[in-house]
Design a protein. Structure first.
Length: 237
């Protein structure tokens, strides 16, 4: 059996996301070299300390990033050296953080912020959020202006949570995503999808539906992640 190093058991929230992030990191670090066959799903599930359904979902997520490929009836393999090298340059463009790591952190941050905002939102907070939504609808906005509106929106959600540390965390993590934002904003339908995601969050927050607000925020960030991964994978030719 392949020796699997640095695997830590994953508990609770978003198990598959956590497993996918760890597996991507192991591949990037060379624990699973390009061209190598991964251990069987059952073995990986045992090593990570998760159920097979979570492991299967994690493998699908990693495969969607282009880092592994499935040969049906044979097994799952790490992609070629050339492909891996290209993906490494794409997936580690910000302070050596992978896309999976960045979005795992952001999903939890945005979900927590929206959930708390729904419990603590003020009338002024609601008005601010709707004004940002209205402003970002303008078709004449440049890509950079839309990105700024997007940043302002997510910061306003954090502010509505009335937790100053969450606000600070948003301010800290946001610059890490700017490079990705610039790359995907021109994708067909990206602005419309962003607007729809923001609207769902605002409606849940202002209605004080905490669970719905959290779910809407998580769904929105996951959609952005999928767009980015699809863009990166497609860009590899």
């Amino acid at each position: 059996m392949t020796d699997v190093h640095a695997i830590e058991p994953v508990r609770r929230l978003k198990v598959a996301d956590s497993v996918a992030a760890q597996l991507q990191q192991l591949i990037v670090e060379g624990q699973f070299p390009p061209g190598s066959k991964l251990p069987a799903e059952r073995v990986l599930a045992e090593e990570f300390g998760v159920g097979r359904s979570s492991m299967r979902e994690a493998l699908r997520m990693v495969e969607s990033s282009g880092m592994i490929r499935t040969a049906h009836g044979v097994g799952v393999f790490v992609t070629s050296t050339e492909k891996q090298s290209a993906l490494r340059s794409e997936l580690l463009i910000v302070d050596d953080y992978t896309v999976a790591e960045l979005f795992e952190a952001r999903v939890n941050l945005e979900g927590q912020s929206a959930g708390l905002a729904a419990k603590r939102v003020s009338r002024a907070d609601g008005e601010r959020l709707r004004k940002i939504l209205k402003r970002s609808e303008a078709p004449e906005l440049t890509d950079e202006e839309f990105i700024e509106c997007d940043a302002e929106f997510h910061l306003a959600i954090a502010a509505a949570s009335q937790n100053r540390l969450l606000v600070k965390m948003h301010e800290t993590i946001r610059p890490l995503f700017r490079a990705y934002s610039r790359r995907v904003i021109q994708l067909p339908g990206r602005r419309d999808r962003a607007q729809a995601g923001h609207l769902a969050i605002v409606e849940a927050v202002t209605a004080r539906r905490s669970r719905e607000a959290r779910s809407a925020a998580v769904a929105h960030i996951r959609e952005v992640e999928r767009d980015i991964l699809d863009h990166l994978q497609g860009g590899q030719g």
